[in-house]
Design a protein around this ligand. Structure first.
Ligand SMILES: Nc1ncnc2c1ncn2[C@@H]1O[C@H](COP(=O)(O)OP(=O)(O)O)[C@@H](O)[C@H]1O
Ligand SMILES: [Mg+2]
Length: 225
């Protein structure tokens, strides 16, 4: 695909557990187009989290190649990779992973402050407003509900205006009402900003709206590459 924002070629990932080699990703090749909304589906243990981590540069493949926004990131050192990740990607985790000692606004600002963006606070306020949480910016994570924490985490993922947002079971820790709120925010992002989204999810509501579903089975792509 010529307008691909992300290309993976022959990725594999293995771990050594008690001297035993366990292969969790097997010969994964895929291309994700700019503006595409892709859902990664597959049963628990099929490799969704590992694949998202490797595609987003949070973790390294054991072999294979990853091209993000036209640059080969496979062999970058951690020091080289960190700013690329911070500029080009956003990541939303199932368990939110906000920094407990920072309030909502400060959590959202964090990735922008890493790149010395003097407009970080304004951008964070605007994003909080867009997710309907402007009144909660001074609250710390423990003072927010799960749904509110995830909305803050989505704002954090967006503050550097990334090329691609990854989300790993973003509604997995939420009740159905909060899940619907998060799903709506993600779908609006795709529609309004043409944001490229790669989401691992069990939510049928999300999957039914994806442009494409990539189905993993035992570390391999079974359908949708
Ligand atoms: N750090 C690790 N060390 C060893 N095995 C791992 C590690 N992380 C994941 N695995 C294994 O890789 C497989 C895929 O896990 P994961 O990517 O979390 O799947 P999913 O997100 O689809 O549930 C599982 O069998 C899991 O036990
Ligand atoms: Mg997982």
């Amino acid at each position: 695909m010529s307008n691909s924002i992300l290309i993976a070629e022959n990725l594999s990932k293995h771990y050594f557990l008690g001297g035993q080699k366990v292969t969790v990703l097997k010969d994964i090749s895929l291309a994700i187009g700019k503006g595409e909304f892709v859902v990664i589906a597959g049963s628990s243990g099929s490799g969704k989290t590992t694949l998202l981590s490797v595609l987003s540069g949070l973790d390294r493949p054991s072999s294979g190649k990853i091209i993000l926004a036209g640059s080969d990131i496979t062999n970058l050192t951690e020091d080289q990779l960190a700013p690329v990740r911070n500029d080009l990607t956003g990541f939303v985790f199932q368990a939110f992973h906000l920094i407990p000692s920072l309030n909502g606004i400060e959590n959202i600002m964090f990735p922008a402050e890493l790149k010395k963006d003097s407009d970080a606070r304004n951008k964070a306020q605007t994003l909080l407003d867009q997710v309907g949480l402007v009144h909660r910016g001074n609250n710390f994570p423990e003072q927010l509900s799960g749904g509110e924490q995830q909305r803050v985490a989505i704002c954090r993922a967006l503050i550097n205006n990334p090329e691609i947002v990854f989300a790993d079971e973003p509604t997995g820790n939420l009740d159905s009402e909060n899940s619907e709120g998060i799903i709506k925010i993600l779908l609006d992002l795709h529609k309004d900003r043409q944001m490229t989204l790669v989401i691992a999810t069990h939510s049928r509501s999300l999957a039914s709206r994806a442009d494409r579903i990539i189905l993993l089975y035992d570390g391999r792509i079974q359908e949708g590459s």
